[in-house]
Design a protein around this ligand. Structure first.
Ligand SMILES: *Cc1c(COP(=O)(O)O)cnc(C)c1O
Length: 423
């Protein structure tokens, strides 16, 4: 966008005009010792706490105190069906139908459970394709699945790599890999938004390509949920998983989300691990019945869920629901575009933004590569109250989050960065 302007005044004016400006005050923004709010750019790692979260969690603590086990039915939000209170809003956030979405377990655990169902290797088709710079947990999970099925975890892994000297991945390269090895690949598992570069992939394109070659396709959307329009249903992906503690502001280690496409909702032949929470709700407590699979994503649950964690998720999703993902993305594009504009105005050849330039191929995060930098740069930023994320060898990741970051935050961040680089 060309109408961005330099100077603090412009940033302050944009904050004044911001349709979502009231939301910042609904979050706890951590402060330094002098009481100045941090410039918090790590919502891609741990989102900030909405002020209303405490009341939601307290409600459940109180109901537990007052009702004990009866809270399953007597609590204000009965625990027995608590996960159902999250489904519709979560489905909206990720662009799915309610039957396709469940909040359960943690992220890497869900990834494994999805691979139980959607990684079905045979002697000849057993490989798993991932992006070469996948999040370590995803890579480890995938490798362990290969070993679990008796395959070599190096030979069985196919990497989608950037071209020499590049950081971003290229769809033509994926096409060539599939032309060549498509018949060997059982599963394609990609980070929907790459955690390192911030590249938001075309989920539909990858899914169609994978399906054309007979592969199942799943995405880890930890960096996508609450950040970009995932449109999971329309993507056609077999499954997706994500966490709720990054852009979804639901607290450290909070429960994760899981998507299983509607076309699998009634397929009882899919292999899966089950528990009493995957069993028919009507007869679950008879405790003696033959297993009777719940349809849809709910049928992948195992356990009765941690309500305190779900209460924090509900507090956050209620806010997302109120704002709507479209408005959020509109502001996000403007704010991140402004960030990019200011960085480009620095005229520094020591920095390079490795995140895609096209706003439709990224979320709010920009990954900035700094020539000859080491972690002291990050430490200097932290010392002056700018919380960013450092990735070896030379990348700072900053994610201005549309719900609570301001244009002023972005302005001050770039000013400080400039001062340090010229330093
Ligand atoms: C944050 C993140 C994880 C972390 O996994 P947990 O099981 O929640 O610890 C895994 N994969 C990706 C892509 C992530 O961004």
């Amino acid at each position: 966008m060309s109408d961005y302007k330099l100077g603090l005044e412009y940033a302050l004016q944009e904050d004044q005009n911001d349709e979502l400006k009231t939301y910042r005050s609904q979050f706890h923004i951590p402060k330094d010792k002098q009481g100045n709010p941090w410039i918090y750019m790590t919502g891609n790692s741990l989102g900030l706490q909405p002020k209303q979260t405490k009341a939601y969690v307290n409600q459940e603590l109180e109901d537990w105190a007052n009702f004990g086990v009866e809270g399953h039915l007597e609590a204000k939000n009965p625990w027995l069906t608590y996960h159902e209170f999250l489904t519709e809003s979560m489905a909206k956030v990720v662009g799915a139908k309610p039957i396709e979405v469940i909040v359960m377990n943690t992220l890497t655990a869900n990834l494994h459970f999805m691979m139980v169902s959607f990684y079905k290797p045979t002697k000849t088709r057993y490989k798993i394709l991932i992006e070469s710079d996948a999040f370590p947990s995803d890579k480890y999970a995938v490798e362990s699945q290969l070993r679990h099925h008796g395959f070599d975890d190096k030979e069985g892994l196919v990497l989608w790599k950037p071209r020499k000297g590049k950081e971003l991945l290229n769809y033509e390269d994926l096409e060539s890999i599939l032309e060549e090895h498509g018949n060997d690949i059982a599963l394609i598992m990609i980070g929907g938004v790459n955690y390192y570069t911030g590249q938001f992939f075309d989920l539909k394109r990858i899914t169609e390509l994978g399906h054309k070659h007979g592969c199942n396709v799943g995405f880890d959307c930890a960096h996508g949920a609450g950040n970009v329009a995932l449109n999971l249903h329309d993507s056609g992906a077999d499954f997706a998983v994500w966490c709720t503690y990054k852009y979804l502001n639901s607290g450290p280690g909070s429960l994760a989300g899981c998507f299983i496409h509607e076309r699998h909702a009634h397929n009882k032949d899919l292999n899966r691990f089950t528990g009493w929470w995957s069993h028919n709700k009507q007869t679950r407590f008879n405790m003696r019945d033959e297993f009777d699979q719940l349809p849809g994503a709910e049928g992948w649950q195992l356990s009765n869920p941690p309500i305190l964690s779900m209460a924090a998720i509900k507090a956050s999703l209620d806010m997302f629901n109120e704002v709507g993902i479209d408005k959020l993305i509109t502001k996000s594009k403007k704010l991140t575009g402004y960030f990019e504009f200011l960085l480009n105005q620095l005229g520094e050849d020591s920095i390079k933004i490795i995140t895609p330039i096209n706003p439709n191929e990224r979320g709010c995060q920009l990954s900035i590569q700094v020539k000859n930098a080491d972690k002291t740069l990050h430490n200097k930023l932290t010392e002056i109250g700018i919380i960013s994320d450092w990735r070896e060898p030379d990348v700072i990741r900053c994610a201005p989050v549309p719900l609570y970051n301001s244009f002023e935050d972005v302005f001050r961040l770039v000013e400080k960065l400039k001062a340090i680089l010229n330093g």
